[in-house]
Design a protein around this ligand. Structure first.
Ligand SMILES: [Zn+2]
Length: 158
C-alpha cells in the first residue's frame, strides 16, 4: 500500500509545533523572561499579522517594548553604550522605560492623555492616572496604539 507523502505533513507539523512549544517553555527558565511574561502562549504568527494599517515604525516601537530592547537610558547604560542611566528629561530618576512612560514628571499632561486613551480600550488606571505595569499592558494588543501615541508625543523614539 502506498501512502502519499502529503498525508504525513499534518503529523510532521504537529510534532514540530510540539517540540517548538517545549523549547519555548524551557527557554524561559533561562532567558527571555520579560518577553515570556508578555507573550505567554507561543504565537504561530507575529502579533502584527492582522494589522493592516500598522506602519513599520509602529511595529518596530512595539517590538522594542515587547522584547525589552530599547533606547531607554537604563537599558543603554546596562549594555555599556552610555555611562549615565539617569532620565534626560527630568534628570531625577533612573531612565527605565517604566519611568519614561509612568513616572517622568516631564510628561504629566501626555500621561493624562495616555490614561484617557487606555480607558477608551477598557484599561483602568488608578486614581493618580497610573496605568497597570508595562508588562501587563503589553499583554493586551489594544494598548499598543495609545502607548505608541504617548511615545511619539514624548520621547519620540525608543
Ligand atoms: Zn524622567
Amino acid at each position: 500500500m502506498h501512502i502519499p507523502m502529503t498525508d504525513f505533513l499534518q503529523c510532521i507539523d504537529q510534532n514540530i509545533y510540539k517540540l517548538w512549544l517545549e523549547m519555548w517553555k524551557k527557554d524561559q527558565d533561562i532567558k527571555g523572561k520579560w518577553y515570556g511574561s508578555i507573550q505567554e502562549r507561543l504565537p504561530v504568527r507575529p502579533w502584527y499579522n492582522q494589522l493592516k494599517e500598522a506602519s513599520r515604525d509602529f511595529i518596530t516601537t512595539i517590538n522594542r517594548l515587547r522584547f525589552g530592547h530599547n533606547t531607554a537610558p537604563s537599558h543603554l547604560a546596562r549594555l555599556g553604550i552610555i555611562a549615565n542611566n539617569i532620565c534626560p528629561h527630568c534628570e531625577l530618576r533612573e531612565g527605565t522605560m517604566e519611568h519614561l512612560i509612568f513616572d517622568c514628571q516631564n510628561f504629566l499632561i501626555d500621561r493624562l492623555v495616555l490614561a484617557s486613551d487606555l480607558s477608551d480600550v477598557k484599561i483602568k488606571c488608578d486614581s493618580s492616572s497610573r496605568p497597570p505595569p508595562l508588562e501587563q499592558l503589553l499583554k493586551d494588543k489594544n494598548t499598543y496604539k495609545p502607548i505608541y501615541k504617548y511615545i511619539k508625543n514624548t520621547i519620540k523614539t525608543i
